[in-house]
Design a protein around this ligand. Structure first.
Ligand code: FAD
Length: 516
């Protein structure tokens, strides 16, 4: 155990009850920081965790190695479920506005031999076609470089303290909390953080996971891939087609393109080179600027377009899930808990769903509304969903990019909607069509438009902080749990929730229907 612990009082869950201003107990000694939750990693998932904790009135300190939010676009496909989470915390509209500045929305996901040449397949013709009825939100494209500043500023508004250029260098946990040592990159001195809980959103190479001795299980790595960020006028090659993700499969390379408005910049991710049946999968070595340009020319299918390579980022394509998501008072979230190929755009979204599942549970326990055993449900619920989602990403990787890996052991590709909105907790099913869940325990409570005080709201707008009891016109007025009660007589609502007039469903703060 760390020596620092002696200087701090025992954490008392009861003392932490209340809103953000009441969660600090005692004044920390010297320059030590005392906070309910320490978040390691301030990228997409760490920032989302801080934001969601803040939404529940829980303060956090986030430490992030980099100087600021993401400078490279990276993830961009944001699912309806993630947009629902953003709607709950009040940033849906600004995310939409910013996304429109960056991308033409509702594009297709398809495959070509080259952008100028032959089209090979259309996987999704329009990103939002046929799914608008299930949610008050839509899928959008917005890259991490634009999204993260929005998450950061809302998290700060809600009380999170973000420390960039700061590493978490060591940690210890004991029965009552976690003691971590952090260091600013421009200082020799270190500081101590004492937290009741720690969330490791420190990415695929998570040092927290490693130190906890948690191993990754799954298919391992299957490519040393690379993303080449570049500038070039590709507008003429699009020929008016609205394309969100363009897979490129030819005799030289296999990967995918993504372009931003006004179609003079984007990236080419490359997973494999050469013979499609026996390719080279170590792509991220020997990447001179000229070689990168040659790959881009080949993928564009055009020799005469000036290209500027802006950056080259190596990454591993892998499909693995951590064997545990919790050790004592420490939780893994995002890529530290699961890594998957980007095919499907599930990785970052799954991490945001982790944060959404965990934040209200931490808040309830810290406020003394629930016992610490509630926290065990984070792993029970999220790990099977992560396993399913990782396999779905792998199936898309094999079928869209890497058939040489073989299709014998892959899961059938499920509809994206079922992966994004239809994932289930507990019970026999891992996923289903969200139109069929009908308010069953363990599923996302369905969206249905309601009239409320003269305004049109979604049922989802009733959820977010407290438990909510939705009842039919003759349903019970209360339940055993402290919950907001809404009595709804609309027959369409009863149908959407598979409810009789005397029925009721209890919805958790994360919008999932509680077990009976
Ligand atoms: C080419 C590509 C395209 C993708 N497209 C999509 C997409 O469209 N949609 C989608 O959902 N996902 C997509 N993904 C996946 C997505 O990028 C990741 O799942 C997501 O970035 C994971 O976020 P994270 O916060 O968990 O981890 P990371 O983004 O890896 O962040 C971890 C952070 O922790 C910090 N850190 C680590 N250790 C410490 C420490 N000790 N102290 C302080 N800081 C520390 C790091 O500096 C880093 O910033 C894509 C991935 C790739 C490669």
């Amino acid at each position: 155990m760390c020596l620092f612990v002696a200087y701090f009082p025992q954490w008392n869950e009861k003392t932490l009850a209340g809103n953000a201003s009441t969660v600090f107990v005692n004044v920390p000694a010297m320059d030590a920081i005392e906070v309910p939750v320490l978040v390691v990693g301030g990228s997409l998932v760490g920032l989302s965790t801080a934001l969601l904790l803040g939404h529940h009135g829980i303060r956090s300190v986030v430490v992030e190695h980099h100087r600021g939010t993401a400078i490279h676009p990276r993830a961009a496909q944001i699912s309806q479920r993630t947009m629902e989470v953003f709607r709950t915390v009040g940033i849906e509209q600004i995310v939409r506005r910013k996304s429109d500045e960056q991308f033409v929305q509702d594009g297709a996901i398809m495959a070509v031999e080259t952008l100028a040449g032959k089209e090979l397949a259309w996987f999704i013709a329009n990103l939002n076609e046929g799914i608008r009825d299930v949610s008050p939100t839509e899928r959008v494209f917005i890259s991490q470089s634009l999204l993260e500043p929005l998450l950061k500023s809302k998290a700060e508004e809600l009380g999170a303290e973000l420390r960039f250029s700061t590493d978490m260098v060591s940690f210890e946990q004991d029965a009552s909390g976690v003691t971590a040592v952090i260091r600013r990159s421009d200082a020799n001195s270190t500081q101590t953080v004492r937290a009741a809980y720690m969330v490791a959103a420190d990415g695929a190479h998570s040092s927290v996971r490693e130190k906890l001795g948690i191993t990754m299980r799954g298919r391992g790595a299957f490519s040393n891939s690379v993303t080449i960020y570049f500038r070039a006028n590709i507008a003429p090659l699009l020929r008016g087609r609205n394309l969100s993700v363009i897979y490129v499969n030819n005799a030289v390379l296999r990967g995918f393109f993504r372009f931003e408005k006004p179609f003079d910049s984007g990236f080419l991710a490359i997973n494999a080179l050469g013979d499609p049946n026996n390719p080279i999968t170590n792509v991220s070595t020997d990447l001179s600027g000229e070689r990168c340009k040659e790959f881009i020319r080949v993928a564009l299918g055009a020799d005469d377009i000036p290209i500027t390579v802006e950056n080259v980022m190596p990454w591993k394509a892998e499909a693995d899930v951590a064997e545990a998501f919790q050790r004592g008072r420490i939780f893994l979230a995002g890529d530290s808990a699961h890594v998957m190929p980007p095919n499907g755009g599930f990785g970052g979204n799954t991490g945001v769903q982790d944060a959404h599942n965990l934040a209200w549970k931490l808040a309830h326990v810290l406020k003394g509304k629930a016992g610490p055993e509630l926290l065990a449900t984070y792993e029970w619920e999220r790990r099977p969903v992560a396993q399913f989602t990782v396999e779905q990403a792998y199936s898309r990787y094999v079928t869209r990019t890497a058939p040489y890996l073989g299709t014998d052991t892959i899961q059938p590709v499920e509809n994206d909607l079922n992966v994004e909105l239809g994932y289930c907790y507990g019970g026999d099913k891992l996923h289903e069509n969200p139109r069929e869940s009908k308010g069953r325990p363990g599923t996302r409570a369905p969206h249905y438009w309601l009239e409320h005080n003269g305004e049109r709201i979604s049922t989802l707008d009733l959820f977010g902080r407290n438990f909510v009891l939705l009842t039919g016109p003759d349903g019970p007025a209360r339940t055993g749990v402290d919950a907001d009660v809404h009595r709804i007589g609309d027959s369409g609502f009863l149908n959407a929730y598979g409810m009789t007039p005397s029925g009721a469903v209890l919805v958790r703060p994360d919008g999932f229907v509680s077990p009976p």
